[in-house]
Design a protein around this ligand. Sequence first.
Ligand code: TRP
Length: 328
Amino acid sequence: MAKKGRVFSGIRPTGRAHLGNYLGAIQNYVALQDEYECIYCIVDLHALTTVEDTINLRQNTYEMALDLLAAGIRPEETILFVQSHVPQVTELHTILSMVTPLGKLTDLPTFKEKVRQNPNNVNYGLVGYPVLMSADIALYKTDVVPVGIDQAPHLEFARETVRSFNYRYNTNVLKEAAMKTTEVPKVLGIDGKEKMSKSLDNHIEIAATPEETLQRVMMMVTDPQRIRRQDPGNPDVCNVFSLHKIFTPKEDVEMINVECRRAGIGCVDCKKRFAANLNKALEPFRTRRAELASQPDRVMAILEDGARRARAIAEETMKEVRAAVQLP
Ligand code: TRP
């Protein structure tokens, strides 16, 4: 079947994926394979901008690869690789940095946020994070980039960078990629307040065992106004209910909606049902993951093959870039 164009996206090697990663990005990555030629990259170099202790970087990259493959990334067609395995990206990053005004980087909301979070580690690489991301996207002549809405400023930046490059060197070798934002509601953590994230430890790992999953689900914050079992609850403000809507059969969701409001079902029972449905939905994924995890050499070979195919595309682009820049 003719594909609509090329998709590229990068995912940070944060280790085992959680429900937020899965619903927000990974499921979408899998679905896009049907319509697009897809390239997915685990961005270990980007991770270096904020991770000082790299002791877990390899393991985290490997775990992310396992999650992606188990979720349904098809390595025979899709290119799945590790960013640092294609060194051409750092060359393009350097070249693009010369057409990037420094003030534009330091004005980005994403940069300011990182500085707020970690004022003692404002390194040069962190400032250049969006330039490296622009290089990722441009290197593969990407048509479409699926990302969460939080990445919109980076995507717009990447488009401007490509325009600046093409203008400066009077060429059209680099392509402006379109952004495709994922229409998934923000997945809240078990605290029911913040976006699900590993660093906040409010996450539920998709590769967890059913028992661990149940344990995490039982910790979930529900409607804060519902203090006692006999108090009626409000599903509209309950994070467990939001997730029921994704993982629970429709009739049951309706039942919970009604029963919660008249204290017919308690939070404990409601959470147990949710955990059971979540475990059921994730079971095929977990089986595939365990199978892959028992063959680490196969996973490594997939990443190597991905890198080889990615390098071939990258080197073609770089030949054109070097010529356009008139590098001797
Ligand atoms: N910045 C992205 C994130 O934090 C990760 C990323 C790196 C990326 N390079 C990319 C996303 C290229 C899309 C395209 O999630």
